[in-house]
Design a protein around this ligand. Structure first.
Ligand code: DC
Length: 219
């Protein structure tokens, strides 16, 4: 079974996917983490983010793994926290726009999805990675609400970033994520659209479960 969730940064995809994975016994794959690993490796190798050739080369030979607790491993090292750093966050969107990098990450994501029952979240899961997924969702929220949530999350994790900085970063990423040559974030008629702006996380999860379980009950 594949549950695919797309949506912009801060819409709650990560939290929803994590809860759903436990409730429905699915492996949770955060595809943004794969692009973040490429960005982290590029930073560690002191690559210039304009140097697409070197970044592509790096993405051809990268070892990214997930464990059942949502930890992410880059070349064998646990980088779960480091891939969320300000430095990685500020360069990940342009890196994820490189077509060849996307091809490598999509191959990896498909391998992961084909060998497990998964809930997979990202920007192009319902459209490119698994257009035939069993369930396809688009999770949304206003820019202000998403910036507010990220700010709260970063404060809890002691990541030093102001609300204004987060707001501008998300706004720039929204633009970038929906203007990609390949794999842009898109709303389609095939997704179930859920706006989480005025919903609690439990209410959002309930909406998802209603659709997934409702469908099971009908068949
Ligand atoms: O979901 P996130 O913020 O961790 O994603 C990091 C970046 O990767 C984000 O700027 C968009 C990009 N991304 C993508 O292009 N395609 C995906 N399937 C997932 C993320």
């Amino acid at each position: 079974m594949i549950v695919a969730i797309d949506g912009p940064a801060g819409s709650g995809k990560g939290t929803v996917a994590s809860i759903l994975s436990k409730k429905l016994n699915l492996v949770n794959i955060d595809t943004g983490a794969t692009y973040r690993c490429v960005a982290l490796k590029a930073l560690r190798n002191n690559l210039n983010i304009e140097d697409k050739e070197e970044i592509i080369k790096l993405s051809n030979n990268i070892d990214i793994k997930f464990d059942l607790n949502n930890n992410v491993y880059l070349d064998g090292e646990d980088v779960t926290k480091e891939i969320r750093s300000k430095e990685v966050t500020s360069i990940v969107s342009p890196i994820s726009s490189i077509v060849e990098v996307r091809k490598n990450m999509v191959d990896l994501q498909r391998r992961l999805g084909n060998s497990n029952n998964v809930v997979m979240e990202g920007r192009d899961i319902t459209t490119v990675v698994f257009p035939n997924a069993d369930y396809k969702f688009y999770l949304d929220a206003t820019l202000e609400e998403r910036a507010k949530r990220r700010f709260k999350e970063y404060q809890e994790k002691h990541i030093d970033m102001s609300y204004d900085e987060i707001y501008e970063n998300i706004k720039a990423r929204d633009y970038n994520d929906s203007h990609k040559e390949v794999g842009s974030l898109m709303k389609t008629n095939e997704q179930v659209y859920i706006d989480s702006t005025n919903l609690t996380i439990d209410e959002v999860v309930e909406e998802f479960i209603k659709i997934i379980e409702g469908d099971k009950n009908e068949s």
